[in-house]
Ligand binder design. Structure first.
Ligand SMILES: Cc1ncc(COP(=O)(O)O)c(C=O)c1O
Length: 454
């Protein structure tokens, strides 16, 4: 776990702008009392976030009950793409609850139909089937299962290897962790699946060979040939950076998978629904995967996941054998439909425009502190500052933590540091953010990085 945040109420400088309001002491003593009660009742694993008690959240602001307001650069955890409490999403949830249908398992419903048809209409051509789930981890588990089942169907038991990438994150359930590429998260599993392997992710920073040949070398070093591979799963960008694939790499990977009858999955749980300033993050590469894993921003609110894919892969399991209790919950479906319409109705365009304001400002923060910020970049409305020990590429989690904690005291909200060594300050405001929200956040962040690294 990352370093805990300081729960001592302290006399921080008051902040009062149109977008932010912080009144000392911070954290408020009543917030600390509430948090300590949570600590008593929940596992330690739940203690990683800043001591902000969320009372209300609207648009790109989060309010606590004691009059403090944060400019939100977390979107929760890249969920509230349409903005918090979007009026159309709220109305859809209310209307659905008022219709007296809160659950219907896998029985057919109008709400599920509307959502799967909408998702199909916004997916690239050829990705015609949609399977609704609840969490992102469920979708990556499902992609693992479908890829392997497809491989074994076309190539026998031998064609069962699923390839993922170093440093990958696909969720915290067993299969999702097996395809993850962070060894520390897998220690508890003990008996790893020999049919799941990782190759280096070509981030261009810690892994300098970014050619597609490195993928092929990586496989042959593991003793894996194309005839063994059932699937490749890759995050559209690795959340830990964010780190993107080189375009040529992505295109050659796409072609290689097609030639070798390998199912290519893009995990769009973070990258989808406008986060990269495009509907789908993989549009950046000019490729279309066979399966798309969706979560987070699909509803901007209630829990929902989806796998969208080619019929030949999606239809591998017979009726009743690939389902889930909360598949297509009608309230979640109603929220997702309203959300997608809001995103498609202008918020994705806003993300692209605001992304153009954000990118040079984030780059400038990196350029001002080259010894301490190893990578500083953003695409659309996802970015990150990777803090390093002076003059090295070694992660510096203390600096990342200090930046987040100081920003918090000034009304700029991030979630706890993520990524390699827990050293990345992740930047991901809701897609409804304004130019003022971007500029003001960048001013606070730039001054804070200067202060913390001085
Ligand atoms: C790329 C990616 N895939 C999968 C997941 C897992 O999603 P969930 O936490 O909803 O299970 C996450 C969550 O952070 C993610 O970032």
């Amino acid at each position: 776990m990352g370093k805990p945040f300081d729960l001592t109420p302290r006399d921080v400088a008051p902040v009062h702008t149109r977008l932010r309001r912080i009144q000392p002491p911070f954290p408020h003593p009543e917030a600390v009392a509430l948090i300590r009660r949570l600590y008593a009742a929940e596992p330690v694993s739940m203690q990683g976030q800043p001591p902000v008690v969320w009372d209300r959240a609207e648009g790109f602001q989060v309010h606590d009950p004691w009059g403090n307001t944060w400019l939100d650069w977390s979107s929760g955890v890249l969920v509230a793409n349409a903005g918090h409490s979007h009026p159309a999403i709220k109305a859809a949830i209310h209307a659905q609850a008022d219709r007296d249908l809160l659950h219907n398992y896998c029985f057919p419903s109008q709400e599920r139909l509307e959502l799967v048809e909408l998702l199909r209409s916004i997916a690239p051509e050829g990705l015609d089937k949609v399977f609704l789930l609840t969490t992102g981890s469920e979708t990556t588990e499902c992609a693992l299962k479908l890829s392997r089942a497809h491989g074994m169907q076309v190539g026998g038991r031998r064609k069962s290897v699923v390839v993922s990438f170093g440093n990958a994150f696909h969720g915290r359930t067993l299969g999702a962790q097996l395809i993850g590429g962070i060894p520390a998260l897998k220690e508890w599993i003990l008996h790893l699946d020999p049919g799941i392997v990782q190759v280096p992710f070509p981030d261009g920073y810690r892994v300098t060979d970014t050619s597609f040949d490195s993928f092929l070398y990586g496989l042959s070093a593991l003793g894996v040939g194309p005839e063994d591979v059932a699937g490749v799963i890759v995050e559209t960008y690795q959340g830990v950076g964010p780190d993107f694939l080189p375009v040529e790499y992505a295109q050659r990977l796409r072609n290689w998978c097609a030639e070798q009858q390998v199912v290519l999955t893009f995990d769009e749980v973070q990258a989808g629904f406008g986060r990269c300033g495009r509907r789908w993050g993989f549009e950046l590469y000019g490729v279309v995967p066979d399966l798309i894993c969706c979560g987070k921003g699909i509803s901007s609110s209630l829990p929902l996941g989806a796998v969208i894919g080619r019929e030949v892969v999606m239809d591998l399991f017979p009726a009743g054998s690939m389902t889930s209790t909360h598949t297509g919950n009608p309230v979640c479906c109603a929220a997702a439909v309203a959300n997608i319409k809001a995103l498609e109705g202008g918020l994705i365009d806003n993300a692209r425009r605001m992304g153009e304001v954000l990118a040079p400002r984030i780059r400038a923060i990196g350029e001002a502190h080259p010894e301490r910020i190893g990578v500083a970049k953003s695409v659309g409305l996802v970015g990150g500052l990777q803090c390093v020990h002076p003059g090295t590429t070694d992660p510096d989690p203390d600096t990342a933590h200090a930046v987040i904690e100081r920003c918090l005291e000034q009304g700029l909200l991030f979630f706890g540091a993520v990524g390699v060594g827990g050293a990345c300050v992740k930047i991901c405001p809701p897609l409804c953010i304004t130019r003022e929200g971007i500029e003001e956040g960048c001013d606070v962040l730039a001054a804070t990085v200067a202060e913390v690294t001085a």
